[in-house]
Design a protein around this ligand. Structure first.
Ligand code: PGA
Length: 232
């Protein structure tokens, strides 16, 4: 199982350093735990068992792109995973499937595992499979089968992110099964208002390969409870 902790745009430097110390005390043996701090703190991260991820990557490989952080630069900071296409970036930074496709290619060329976030808005629930298929096909355009299999898919219904509303287990199961029918060798995470209660159900039914959590990632006591549930 994978537990991905997306800190988003939270924590000052001192808060992050304290958070990092607490991260080291998390107790787990079987789970792959990845933390995604604000990019400023990537070089400050230290841990022997938690892996490092970036919340974003540039679609450019290098050069005159002020404010951008390239896949090669991430690699030089020991980043092993990167989120791409998170809904907040699609919405606030106008990211498109086309730019996401470039980001994925840059990550793969640096051996960083992309975690591709896909999801539908509330009004698209009836046509969710079409929406997800389009996002996947355009984001994965021109990638070899071998490269596609390196990607982790994170299904995050947009109406569930930060809202406390989560689809039923059956609904998640149907969608994850659909994604696995398209990409049988890819891991699929669920994200969107993950909490201790819904993880018990989802984990019991063995529906997903892991979870992408936002808000809860800042509360490491709750993360420990999640880990206990996952590892049971
Ligand atoms: P949330 O965020 O857990 O706060 O809903 C999930 C995400 O944005 O990945």
């Amino acid at each position: 199982m994978i537990l991905a902790l997306n800190n988003k745009c939270n924590l000052t430097k001192d808060e992050f350093l304290m958070y990092n110390e607490k991260l080291k005390k998390l107790n787990f043996t079987k789970t792959t735990v990845i933390v995604f701090p604000t990019s400023l703190y990537l070089g400050m991260f230290s841990s022997n068992k938690i892996l490092l991820g970036s919340q974003n990557v540039s679609m450019f490989a290098s050069g005159p792109h002020t404010g951008e952080v390239s896949a090669k630069q991430l690699k030089s900071l020991n980043v092993e995973y990167s989120l791409v296409g998170h809904f907040e970036r699609r919405e606030e930074q106008h990211e498109t499937n086309n730019s996401i496709n470039k980001k994925i290619k840059n990550l793969i060329s640096e051996n960083i595992t992309p975690i591709l976030c896909i999801g539908e808005v509330s009004s698209e629930q009836e046509i969710v499979t079409e929406v997800l298929t389009k996002q996947l096909q355009e984001s994965l355009k021109d990638l070899s089968k071998n490269d596609i299999e390196k990607i982790i898919i994170a299904y995050e219904p947009i109406w569930s992110i930060g809202t406390g509303i989560i689809p039923s287990c059956n609904k998640i199961k149907t969608i994850v099964n659909y994604l696995k029918s398209l990409y049988p060798n890819n891991k699929v995470l669920y994200g969107g208002s993950v909490n201790v209660d819904n993880v018990v159900k989802l984990t019991k039914e063995n529906i997903v390969d892991g979870y992408l959590i936002g808000g809860l990632s800042l509360h490491l006591d709750k993360v420990q409870t999640l880990l206990n549930t996952i590892e049971k």
